[in-house]
Design a protein around this ligand. Structure first.
Ligand SMILES: Cc1cc2nc3c(=O)[nH]c(=O)nc-3n(C[C@H](O)[C@H](O)[C@H](O)COP(=O)(O)OP(=O)(O)OC[C@H]3O[C@@H](n4cnc5c(N)ncnc54)[C@H](O)[C@@H]3O)c2cc1C
Length: 391
């Protein structure tokens, strides 16, 4: 909202609230746009108005940025969309957790564990932080939205969501939430989560997709943000990618007259080249970490364990991964280096029989399963890297 207000305050921005119902331009024989010259707009979806649609032909470039459910993405990219999982949302209500004086860093945070018997008292394992709880059906995210409210996003892996009408969705969620916050360990949080599930009249869910970017090769328009490129929201990277898309295009168009079609194609190619490393790192990491966090096999659980051991080494072992997630270290080769370092640590943990996630077995079996884990690590990271590298 503040970003919108900042944009509206600029002297050269004219704001018009409407719904785009169609892109307008020349259509090629294969039914795709040769170019985009404008848009057909109707009243905003929220409005009851029944005014006629109007065609608008702006001079220059049309930005297509209609988000994750983009109705115009298929004009650019009609590849089937990969649905990785679903997030189901709930809201926890709790006692006010107002200021950051509750939080004194990772050590102090443990003193704020949910109090054993009181349901509405400070249910968060670490207030004022994003909390990712593992060992459920999929990972469960908790983050405070305000003093009294915390958003819960419970992941359900796979492209099929259990039916809410039959009650199956609530069953799966109850099981998942009970596993991530067992009553014996987190009675307050457990009760709070169950209360939120029982009191939710309708559970709102959203599909978590992976859509690699494709070349913006239609003249007159530029697809950006989630309309172009989507990753798993577990790592919260979408805004970083979308805002950098906008920063880079602004930079390339700064102090220029409106370029002709040829110059614009060159600018788009530069844009694609400049956005790719950062987008690749954030997108691939979201998919790789999701695979580890939703670990469905012993090998993935071993990789997850190695990942936590690796991060807890500190220094570059945690600073670089943080840099990847925040978009401050857009270096794909460094990402691959760290990922395979984690995989080699997993190999060591398995062969030395030091893994809690995948213990036991005679040495030959441990060696075999360690190298199989290396293969699984490659299978986790290389396919999304390959998809992101496509022109
Ligand atoms: C559950 C979840 C949690 C997330 N958490 C994070 C997080 O913590 N951090 C983070 O960085 N990212 C997060 N993301 C991702 C982030 O929300 C998106 O990547 C980001 O909002 C994309 O920005 P956008 O401008 O491309 O699309 P959007 O923010 O979706 O904006 C698209 C806009 O276009 C409008 N629109 C759509 N169709 C039309 C039309 N036909 N005509 C006119 N207007 C239209 C929509 O109303 C909307 O306002 C999360 C995503 C999900 C699903």
């Amino acid at each position: 909202m503040n970003l919108r207000a900042a944009c509206k305050a600029l002297p050269n921005v004219v704001c018009l609230e409407a719904s785009v119902v169609e892109l307008l331009g020349d259509i090629a024989r294969d039914g795709r746009f040769e170019n985009v010259r404008g848009v057909r707009i109707g009243p905003p979806r929220s409005s009851e108005d029944t005014v006629d649609c109007v065609d608008v032909f702006p001079r220059g470039l049309t930005f297509v940025c209609d988000g994750i459910s983009s109705q115009f993405r298929r004009q650019l990219n009609d590849a089937p969309v990969e649905l990785v999982s679903h997030f189901c949302g709930l809201v926890l209500e709790h006692e006010p957790i107002a200021t950051s004086e509750h939080f004194e860093g990772p050590t102090g945070a443990t003193t704020h564990l949910a109090r054993p018997t009181e349901r509405h008292v400070n249910p968060l394992p670490m207030p004022h932080n994003g909390n990712v709880l593992l060992d459920g059906v999929g990972p469960v995210l908790l983050y405070q939205m305000s003093e009294r409210e915390t958003r819960v996003l419970a992941d359900i892996p796979g492209d099929q969501l259990p039916s809410e009408a039959s009650g199956r969705l609530r069953e799966v969620l109850r099981d998942s939430l009970s596993r991530v916050a067992p009553k014996s360990e987190f009675p307050g949080l457990h009760a709070n989560l169950m209360g939120a599930l029982d009191s939710a009249r309708r559970i709102r869910c959203i599909g978590n997709k992976f859509i690699p970017a494709t070349a913006n090769n239609i003249d007159g328009a530029l697809w950006l943000g989630d309309a172009l490129n989507v990753r798993h929201p577990l790592t919260g990277g979408g805004m970083t990618v979308g805002l950098w898309d906008a920063v880079i295009v602004t930079d390339l168009l700064r102090n220029r007259d409106l370029p002709d079609a040829r110059a614009m194609r060159r600018i788009k190619a530069q844009w694609q080249w400049r956005r790719r490393p950062r987008a690749l790192v954030i997108n691939v990491l979201s998919i790789a970490l999701y695979s580890l966090f939703a670990a469905e096999s012993k090998e993935l659980a071993l990789l997850r364990e190695a990942c936590f051991d690796y991060l807890s080494l500190g220094g570059a072992f945690s600073m670089h991964p943080s840099g990847f997630l925040s978009g401050l270290m857009p270096n794909p080769l460094l990402l691959v280096y760290h990922f395979f370092s984690v995989a080699l640590l997993a190999v060591y943990l398995r062969i030395a029989n030091r893994s809690a996630a995948y213990p036991g077995g005679p040495l030959p079996l441990r060696v075999y399963s360690a190298f199989y884990t290396l293969y699984i690590a490659a299978a986790v990271i290389l396919p999304p890297v390959w998809k992101e590298l496509q022109p």
